[in-house]
Design a protein around this ligand. Sequence first.
Ligand SMILES: *Cc1c(COP(=O)(O)O)cnc(C)c1O
Length: 402
Amino acid sequence: MAGRHFLHVPGPTNIPDRVLAAMHRPSEDHRSPIFPELTKPIFAAAKKLFKTEAGQVFLFPATGTGSWEAVLTNTLAAGDRVLAPRYGQFSHLWIELARKHGLDVVVQEEPWGTGASPEHIHDALRADTGHAIRAVLVVHNETATGVTSDVAAVRRAIDAAGHPALLFVDGVSAIGSIDFRMDEWGVDGAITGSQKGLMMPAGLGICCLSPKALEAGQAAKSRNPLRRAFFDIEDMQRSNKDGYFPYTPSLPMLYGMREALAILFEEGLENVFARHRYLAGGVRAAVLEGWKLPLCAKEPKWYSDTVSAVMVPAGTNGAAVISRAFSRYNLSLGSGLGEVAGKLFRIGHLGDLNELMCLAAVAGAEMAMLDVGIRVEPGSGVRAAESFYRAQGEAAAKLVAE
Ligand SMILES: *Cc1c(COP(=O)(O)O)cnc(C)c1O
């Protein structure tokens, strides 16, 4: 098809030309004396991304899933109990991975379309008088349902219960797009990947551990530690302290990450977050005011600024919309996963995006819905999004200029 493809899945996201160009490099010696000049600033910048001074960043040749594993295996022992609310496919998959490693996962079921409940977490920890629960696993932005949870409130709930559990947060579709504050929120293990807010291809599993998590990892050794092999952070620490890796790192990914972080800090992290909120606002206006369709997120407090999951009317299939959008309009939308398969389609609005790109996604989704017999009012979504951007745009433009 002529023209550009419109990639509006919530990851992988569009790769900025600057990142693509930065990645296009010949191979070089990853043990050379000048190699640390590349890597050390990347580790320093990554700490700013997580908003941590005390934490330690690890870069694995992996994806978000590998980061889930790295954080758990380097801090816990077999049979350890963890508490995990489940409210979408990604919280579900993290729970499954934890179980495969032999962790005793206490699952808190929350309705899909909602997120982590600080009250329920507080009550479960309060009841755990013997402090058997070693960690709480929370997905910051549940990509499957377009729900953002309040991580700061989860930390307050843990503290209010007077419980020593570690707080592990999956920030794969949040970090670099939605505000995340590792130190301030007392997060002990934070996880992301390269292909979402960081605007790179998939291929880096990025995690950050607090001093408390690192200590827990040492303490776990005297129990029956989870197997640490490829993802053993001690090998990483030994090499990383001098700017090297224990095995061959992916050089294009490192060059890409350096550039992606530079782009984010040039715009300013707070401006990046504001832009995501603003762009998401236009998409939500299209869905709620234009098409008059519900979002999967049940209340405004859960709305995600990186992905909107649009519920299609009963008797219609979200998968048909996605298929039509792809084959007819060269637009990729995200599908319904797990419990919500077929019931929705998702518009990803994170990464290197502007208003007109979001309007294209809205227009394509609108036409695809009409084509498969979903009777939204033609033009209504685009009109609502345009109105939102025109009304809010001056304020947004001013913020970016400051
Ligand atoms: C994409 C995603 C993952 C999985 O990441 P992979 O890189 O595909 O392994 C995990 N959690 C969330 C919230 C995600 O959005």
